[in-house]
Design a protein around this ligand. Structure first.
Ligand SMILES: Nc1ncnc2c1ncn2[C@@H]1O[C@H](COP(=O)(O)OP(=O)(O)O)[C@@H](O)[C@H]1O
Ligand SMILES: [Mg+2]
Length: 313
């Protein structure tokens, strides 16, 4: 048991206000049970719309926060900022790293300044700033070959992401991305495989390859279908995997992440790795990808939850 938190009330904050609320409730339930079984004085706090998280934390006499939220407010630095103001240690990355990782454009600027490979990109005006029907896309991307990817700059769960194979689909893809807030991000499409790298306390735990039955790892493949394949370890040559994991770790370090994270990378047909993003609050149910990676590295789910608790600052 971690001495520092032995006599503290641990608040597992879950639910939250984002679209990923249901996933977060599952993460929170798993983590809460694991911490309690390990003997910690842990309580679950379901943060719902219309309630004050500060009031919930005070009501529970929380001494430390195990952040089981996902998406907006939980993952973007807001909750991390609240905890800092309340003087409560919180698990995972801090305010700045969380905010940078949530913003795909800010992340790419940081990656490039650290020479971390990320797909070539361009921004188009977002909702309100560009035509809602995407009619500017053909001209704005006249010099850009398909296939390419269009996505909102600060969403998650693959919402609003389109792979464009034909120039006729450009306007529709941009129009879709413009239904979300923030600028529209256009990227080279990286054909090949996709992996997630599991990181804990600045070290690579391992990786998983994702093989969706759909065209890409879209919302359906992530949450609704059961035919997505997860390969542990990824079926990649050892040197390709090692280089991809090194780029994933470099991305985590460049953003200033702490505790646990799960960078998302594409590996092209020549074995080169490209960092898409870093997920700073990945799913943490017992069967989520990071716990699976940890298990293969010899770390139980309970131990992983405890190690993440130990990272709280
Ligand atoms: N440049 C790209 N090349 C190939 N596939 C991509 C690219 N960008 C995104 N994708 C596909 O779309 C999915 C979601 O995109 P991502 O940038 O990871 O955003 P999200 O935050 O929604 O997960 C990825 O998991 C991948 O399958
Ligand atoms: Mg992703």
């Amino acid at each position: 048991m971690i001495e520092r938190f032995k006599n503290h009330k641990i608040a597992v904050v879950m639910g939250g206000l984002s679209a990923e609320r249901e996933v977060s409730l599952k993460t929170g339930a798993g983590v809460l049970a694991a911490l309690q079984e390990s003997g910690y004085d842990a309580v679950g706090l379901d943060w719902t719309k219309g309630t004050s998280l500060a009031t919930l934390l005070a009501g529970a006499s929380a001494g430390v926060v195990w952040n089981a939220l996902h998406g907006t407010y939980g993952e973007d630095g807001a909750v991390q900022g609240l905890c800092a103001c309340l003087g409560l240690p919180c698990t995972g990355s801090g305010i700045l790293a969380s905010a940078l990782a949530m913003d795909k454009i800010a992340s790419k600027r940081i990656f490039e300044s650290h020479s971390i490979p990320t797909p070539r990109w361009r921004t188009l005006p977002g909702a309100g700033a560009g035509p809602a029907d995407g009619s500017d896309a053909l001209d704005a991307l006249a010099d850009w070959d398909v296939p390419l990817v269009v996505k909102p700059a600060d969403e998650g769960s693959s919402v609003g992401v389109s792979i464009v194979d034909d120039r006729d689909q450009l306007a529709t893809a941009v129009a879709l991305a413009r239904t979300f807030h923030g600028p529209v991000l256009v990227e080279d499409y990286i054909a090949g495989t996709e992996i997630f790298v599991g990181i804990l306390d600045g070290a690579v735990l391992g990786s998983v390859e994702v093989r969706p039955a759909t065209r890409f790892y879209d919302y359906e493949a992530k949450y609704l279908r059961n035919d997505t394949q997860y390969l542990l370890p990824p079926e990649l040559p050892a040197d390709v995997l090692a280089s991809a994991e090194a780029h994933g770790l470099a991305a985590y370090q460049a953003l200033g992440c702490a505790g646990h994270s799960r960078p998302d990378l594409r590996i092209d047909r020549d074995g080169r790795a490209w960092v898409l993003e870093v997920n700073t609050l990945p799913g943490m149910t017992a069967t989520s990808l990071l716990p699976k990676i940890a298990k293969r590295a010899g770390m139980s789910y309970a131990e992983l939850c405890e190690r993440i608790l130990a990272s709280a600052s």
